[in-house]
Design a protein around this ligand. Sequence first.
Ligand SMILES: [Zn+2]
Length: 253
Amino acid sequence: MTKTTKPITDAVATSINEIQILITYLSFFNRNRYKGSLRLQCTLVLLLFSMFIFSSCEKDTDHSPNYMEKIFVENPERIIKVNIIYVEAEESSNRSSYSLDEKEYLDYLNGYYFHRMGIGLELDNSKTLVNEELYDLRDNVGSEPSTFFMQSQESFDKDRLNIYIIKRSNIRAIAGMGRNQRVLLTDEHLYTSTSPHEIGHALGLFHTHESGNIMSTTERDLRQSFNKEQEEKIKKRIDQINLTNTTTRLAGY
Ligand SMILES: [Zn+2]
C-alpha cells in the first residue's frame, strides 16, 4: 500500500470536516438553551474544551482488569465488524512489526467489556497502512488527532469499527466521534481499559465522572463497565452502522 500524504487543501478540508462533526454534536447540547452569538460562543468554548480532552485524556497509566471476570455469550444480539489496521513505517517490511494475536485481542474486548452487553466485536479485515508520520506520532505534539484523521482518511470503512495500531506517540490513544468509527491505539496500550474507552468515543460516547465507568478520565485502574444509558447509545449507533452496511450491500446488486 502506498504512503498516504495529503495535500494541504485536503488537510484543511479534513480538519474543517472534523470540527463540523464536533460542532454538530456539541450543538445538540446547546439547542434551546442559548441564542445567537452567546450560543455560538458556548459552542466554541465546548469545542475547544472537547478538543483538549481528546488530545490529553489518555496520558496516565492503567492496567488490565485482572479482577474482572470474562463473560462470553454464544450469539451476541448485535455484531459490529472490526478492521484492524497496522500502521507500518516502510513498505518493504515483510514481517509485521506488531505481534498481535487478533483473536486474543478481540476475546479480551468481548470477554471483559462487550459480550456482557450483547455486543460482539467481529474481525472483518486486517490490513497494513504504510505511513511513516502516523507510525511514530512523537513529532506531532498537539496535533496528533488532526494528523490521525488526515492520514487515515482513505483507509477506513464507514460501516466498520476501524482500529489503527501504531508504535509510538506522546498520547496513548485517539478516537473519532461522529460518523467515522476511527480509533488509534499505541500497541503497548491495547490490553488496557484505553481500548474500550476509545471504542466508546468512536461509537458516540463522551466522558463521564462516574467512578468505575469506562468513559471516566480519573481512576483509570478502576474502569470496568459502561452504564445502561451508554449501552443503549452504543447499541443504537451499531444499529445505524449496520443499516448503512445493509444499504450499501443492497445498492451493490
Ligand atoms: Zn477519552
